[in-house]
Design a binder for this molecule. Structure first.
Ligand SMILES: Nc1ncnc2c1ncn2[C@@H]1O[C@H](COP(=O)(O)OP(=O)(O)OP(=O)(O)O)[C@@H](O)[C@H]1O
Ligand SMILES: [Mg+2]
Length: 153
């Protein structure tokens, strides 16, 4: 397990970019933390690591409340970024292509995976990481985040 302190969005992206060096095809990263914690920021650091060729149309990451998945394919390894904030049931994961993503040799990232109570371990062919991001207590600086990276599988 690794733990980090971040004091800015840029720092969070840097931590994510460094962590991304461990990731390989078939890996899954579950991002856990409250609204506005920095899960999408963290994702953009991972995308920065794999997707260097900005000219080929790698867009910036939105925090998609409506979009369930963004796929970044102009990359060394395709990165599929899911957001399950609005989802509740297992069959919704099937419908949005989540299981296909896990099986297709890309890197799969999901925010709010903890919204759906399934045993993710059963579906992951590569390594499984959980990233927990929490803001520090009120009054200690609104940009401070505690980031814990755990390898589950
Ligand atoms: N240290 C920090 N790390 C990450 N983000 C930070 C930090 N400090 C401030 N922020 C701000 O917090 C917000 C994090 O937004 P982000 O969309 O990444 O959160 P999220 O966890 O994905 O939220 P949601 O659950 O709504 O998708 C951004 O506005 C960012 O600028
Ligand atoms: Mg988000």
């Amino acid at each position: 397990m690794q733990e980090f302190q971040s004091n800015s969005p840029q720092k969070t992206k840097m931590i994510a970019k460094e962590f991304a060096g461990n990731l390989k095809p078939f890996d899954f990263v579950s991002l856990i933390g409250p609204l506005g914690a920095g899960k999408t920021k963290f994702t953009s650091g991972i995308v920065d690591f794999f997707c260097t060729d900005k000219k080929r149309g790698v867009g910036h990451i939105l925090s998609p409340t409506y979009t369930i998945m963004n796929s970044y394919y102009s990359c060394n390894v395709t990165v599929n970024h899911f957001d399950f904030y609005r989802l509740k049931r297992r069959d919704e994961l099937e419908d949005c292509g989540f299981f296909d993503s896990l099986a297709s040799g890309v890197i799969t990232i999901a925010e709010w995976a903890d919204n759906i109570s399934i045993d993710y371990k059963k579906y992951i062919e590569g390594n499984y990481y959980e990233v927990h991001i929490v803001a520090e207590k009120e009054g200690e600086g609104k940009n401070k985040r505690h980031i814990k990276i755990e390898k589950i599988l």
